[in-house]
Design a protein around this ligand. Structure first.
Ligand SMILES: [Zn+2]
Length: 730
């Protein structure tokens, strides 16, 4: 059966020969890989691999040699670039079989299998540093020029069914063979080699519990075949669609979107606290119609227990998700919390029992036993990961697993991977080695830092500073566009990550921008609700927002502006703390609050009565809040002096007024930047260190106070002023 480009219903056919014809053979492989990875029905994020065998010139001999270009370890097909592919001499790769054959004990999961992975490096073509993946032999031993190994929903649905072998025959006839589940590695490559030798007409193989591999001698033909096979399986499954009776029919009704958001905003901080007592996690909500149909179904509890199938999936989703049997229409929120607490506790015990039952003498130590996927009727799927990208990948994987189960249960009965097999992937020494090779986590990894005032000046510098330490950064400002601009800068630097799941704001990247007015409780509450939906909770809050009202020519400040000054500089930080407190208490995890005050809080000065008084009050607010929020939340103050650079408190008019006041010579034709530098230099000369203070100097201390480096300090004010003796606190 061949399908024309415009007749695919179940996958996106994207090949553009015009575009492909401009590319060299290696770039054509990259192109094909990106197209395949762009559709989650074809393969999941990070899953599957592609290869082309390409004749290249050998840099040592100048001879033409056959080189296997194959997606390397790590990375993702959708976003892969040329450097994500390993390149290996075919001749040398094939010779490795002799080494393997000489081993006294060989076969799946033997020592020699894992040892072969290190041997691939000896076959590297042209010093390409990309490490080869464990799937390399699958590509090497199939005697065709182009090979695609995908994890397509429709084919895994067949491959994870009880009668997978006969279904493969029914769907694909003699064109595609079937191999039983086997952990990927050298031996599986040889199994496939033998299958093709026996049946040279084969175009592909369904891999039991795992996915699809197929090949062709032309790259476009390989792409077309991959899509055709996936489409064929999907159409076959669609013929058995059970409609309303899918997953045994609906047991519970979903809450409507507004109700879901309301419950989730209350629930997520509590839930984050429950799963994060060992390691903090970042959450992602995925509540599409199809996910809701699953979590609300009669069969959800039974199917969740079976776990996922594709080996890629449960490295992130764990052996199984936690399903909580809660009736959103009849049962209370408090009961949901109770069920979650007992469910998570039982999940941990189960996980420990699974580890103990399946471990080998040389297994790596047990990892965090908390669930990473939680399914709640009425609400959807909540995934947890060490950062936003990981948590989005986890949500994606389980939502794909739901689609696999939907297909399997339609045509047959779904079966998960046997527990021991799942364990042998999850605790595979090779996976452990990969984890060990990862750089140590940064100081603010796994944390959500809310920076209020992030649109400019110290706040913007602070947002950048904490992002460098691995934080997820919520950029908040009265000016929402300015907040968004800072968030966009951070996203550009750190990237969106690879996961594609998440509903609404929960699909975000490492930074978000939100507008909020610190003097309005409702505005702050709405802002924090968005943060909770985006990441699951908060860890650190840093307030740099503030207002300075310059006095008029007579040195007076209108009464209204007095009130406004106190509102923004004192009442605002209190409101922020009070709203954040509800989340901190629900999480029951340590947190920090940093409030920007000013050295003016300690130094009375002519002409800034309202500002200075408000900052003195803010200093004391720091101390009061340190007492109120103890023991979990540390509260400290950051007191700058005259940071002119990047500050929106120093307009051209104010700078000129100050220069006039201090009798500093200037010319009206000078730019605002030049005038600001003049004023900053003047201020610097009044300090002990005689250097202007920059927003970065403040950002550094805001970060340090939020970090574990100051984990025993609370209720203190830190001046960053270049040394002003009159501001020394007594
Ligand atoms: Zn695979």
């Amino acid at each position: 059966m061949s399908i024309k480009a415009n007749e695919f219903l179940q996958v996106n056919y994207l090949w553009d020969e015009e575009a492909a014809s401009q590319l060299d053979p290696v770039e054509r492989l990259r192109y094909r890989s990106n197209l395949l990875g762009a559709d989650q029905r074809i393969t999941n994020t990070g899953g599957g691999n592609t290869s082309s065998k390409i004749i290249m010139t050998d840099p040592l001999t100048g001879q033409e040699v056959d080189v296997l270009w194959v997606k390397g370890s790590g990375g993702d097909l959708r976003t892969a670039k040329k450097e994500n592919f390993a390149s290996l001499y075919m001749e040398k790769l094939l010779e490795l079989q002799n080494i393997y054959d000489r081993a006294p004990v060989k076969g799946v999961k033997t020592e020699i299998e894992d040892e072969m992975v290190a041997m691939y490096r000896h076959t590297t073509y042209n010093l390409n540093p990309r490490a080869s993946s464990i799937d390399t032999p699958l590509h090497a031993f199939i005697p065709h020029r182009h090979v695609d190994h995908m994890h397509p929903i429709s084919v895994i649905a067949i491959a994870a069914s009880k009668d997978q072998e006969s279904l493969t025959q029914e769907v694909f006839g003699d064109e595609v063979g079937w191999v039983p589940w086997q952990r990927p590695g050298f031996d599986l490559g040889l199994v496939m080699q033998a299958a093709v030798e026996q049946n040279p007409q084969l175009k592909g193989l369904v891999m039991g519990q795992h996915g699809l591999i197929n090949w062709a001698d032309d790259d476009k033909a390989c792409y077309d075949l991959t899509l055709t096979l996936i489409e064929r399986a999907a159409r076959f499954i669609a013929g058995f669609d059970k409609g309303a009776q899918t997953f045994g029919g609906q047991k519970y009704q979903a809450l409507d979107q507004d109700q879901r958001r309301e419950v989730l905003v209350r629930l997520l901080p509590q839930l984050r606290g429950m799963v994060s007592q060992e390691n903090r996690f970042i959450g992602t909500i995925h509540d599409t119609e199809r996910v809701l149909q699953f979590v609300n179904s009669q069969d959800a509890a039974r199917l969740a227990e079976l776990g996922t199938s594709c080996p890629d999936h449960f490295l992130r989703t764990k052996i199984k998700p936690l399903y909580v049997d809660w009736d959103p229409a009849q049962q209370s929120f408090e009961l949901l919390l109770e069920k979650l607490a007992s469910g998570i506790s039982a999940y941990r015990s189960d996980y420990i029992a699974y580890y103990e039952a399946c471990k080998h003498p040389d297994s790596p130590p047990m990892r965090d036993p908390n669930p990473t996927v939680i399914l709640i009727p009425g609400l959807g799927l909540i995934a947890w990961g060490k950062n936003k990208s990981e948590s989005r990948v986890t949500a994606e994987f389980y939502s794909l697993a739901i689609e696999v189960m939907r297909g399997s249960e339609a045509v047959s009965a779904y079966q998960g991977l046997p527990r021991q097999e799942a364990f042998d992937i999850e605790y595979w020494q090779l996976e452990e080695a990969k984890l060990r090779r990862q750089p140590p986590e940064k100081e603010l990894a796994r944390s959500v830092v809310v920076v209020i005032g992030a649109g400019s000046g110290i706040g913007k510098a602070t947002a950048h500073r904490v992002a460098r330490e691995g934080a997820h950064v919520v950029c908040v400002d009265l000016d929402q566009d300015a907040a968004q601009a800072t968030a966009d800068e951070l996203t550009k630097i750190y990237g969106m990550g690879i996961g594609v799941a998440g509903t609404g704001i929960s699909a975000c990247g490492p930074a978000i921008g939100l507008g909020a007015d610190v003097t309005q409780r409702d505005s702050l509450r709405a802002m924090f609700a968005q943060v909770v939906l985006a990441y699951g909770g908060i860890d650190n809050v840093i307030i740099t927002a503030g207002i300075y009202v310059a006095p008029d020519r007579e040195g007076q400040i209108p009464d209204k502006l007095w009130t406004k000054t106190l509102d923004v500089n004192v009442f605002g930080p209190f409101l922020v703390a009070d709203e954040a407190r509800r989340i901190w208490e629900a999480q029951d995890l340590p947190g920090t609050l940093v409030i920007t005050t000013s050295v003016n809080g300690a130094v009375p000065k002519k002409g800034s009565l309202a500002y200075d008084s408000s900052k003195a009050a803010a200093n004391h607010l720091v101390r009061e809040l340190a007492v109120e929020l103890a023991p979990h939340v540390r509260v400290n103050g950051l007191a700058p002096a005259t940071v002119v650079e990047g500050s929106n408190m120093f307009s051209r008019e104010r700078v000129i007024a100050s220069l006039v006041k201090y009798q500093v010579a200037f010319d009206e034709s000078e730019t605002t930047d030049q005038l600001q530098n003049k004023l900053a230099d003047f201020y610097a000369q009044r300090t002990l260190i005689k250097t202007p203070i920059s927003p970065d100097d403040l950002a550094e201390v805001a970060y340090l106070l939020s970090s574990s480096k100051f984990h025993k300090t609370t209720g203190q004010i830190f001046s960053v002023d270049g040394g002003l003796p009159e501001a020394f606190l007594r």
